[in-house]
Write a protein that binds this ligand. Sequence first.
Ligand code: TXA
Ligand code: MG
Length: 345
Amino acid sequence: MNTRVVKPDARALEEAGALIRAGQVVGFPTETVYGLGGNALDGEAVKRIFAAKGRPGDNPLIVHISALDQLSKVISGEMPESARRLAEAYWPGPLTMIMDKADGISMEATAGLDSVGVRFPSHPVAQAFITACGVPVAAPSANLSGKPSPTTAAHVLADMDGRVPMIIDGGACDVGLESTVVDVRSTPVRVLRPGGVTPRMIADVLGEVEVDGSVLRPLKQGEIVRSPGMKYKHYAPDGSLVIVKGSAEKVAREICALYDESDGEKRILALEAHIPLYGNRRVFSLGADAKSMANRLFDALREMDAERVNAIFSEAVPAEDIGLAVMNRLGRAAAFHIVDVGEDE
Ligand code: TXA
Ligand code: MG
């Protein structure tokens, strides 16, 4: 299959919509990461998404809408009160809510579950694409299963060349990490995957929120997960990855020691302001703060593989606000290999 990368003009969006209605799969940008879209009402189309990604069939997809009046095709009955309030505050945006599914949503899309994750993205190209499709769009992140989620059209092409007919290039993604997944069927609502809409932002609206215990640790053997995607090893780079947390100076000292002891291609992932602490060692900048770290992390991990780096040492950020999402993804990429050197006395 020949893969075309197109700019999001009116004609390309119309063609993309026609491809989706014909049961095909199209890569498209969102404010979080790129998605691999297909018709959520068509089980055969959804099977093509799983095939293109090489994704296990028991991991459900998020269904995307571009207007609230499309919800009736996606969920059964009314939105729970908590969902209605969160939607009012944070939709369109990087928030996925788990609700009871409508009959028309294919069983393939929800991996047989009676619930469905719904998202209304804010990216104008995502909205125009979904509207052009005329159907709810099931879409996982547009990476091959096991690779970091793509944050540019070039990342999508690297994984999907020859596997999908079209990729819509909407430039680099804004958030850079996947959406917050919240189960709104329980009270308090429960964050299953942290993202751009933080627990604090949810508590601001609802007064309370729970964060699933598996967010910052590896799964226990035999543990039953509420979000099937959490049980898979994700985002792991080819090389080994160690995270060091603590005060900036102590972290830099530890990372320098680990770096100097290791052989082969090695890199340090650090905040811009800390780069001088690493002397002439090779550093990939994660930018100014946790927000820019979220934005650059997946690009950094892809870069490590492209440069065949075999030893990676990363700074940590406090696991709060957007930092919680960063440490969830970084922690899993490192199989939670975290060295704590402590704060200054
Ligand atoms: O930002 C995002 O959410 C991106 C863009 C494309 O929208 N999509 C994305 O999809 O990250 P994916 O498939 O890579 O991750 C979806 C996550 C998985 O961990 C999956 O297990 C969980 O959401 N999920 C989906 N439906 C669910 C459901 N009904 N119940 C529990 N978890 C669900
Ligand atoms: Mg994914």
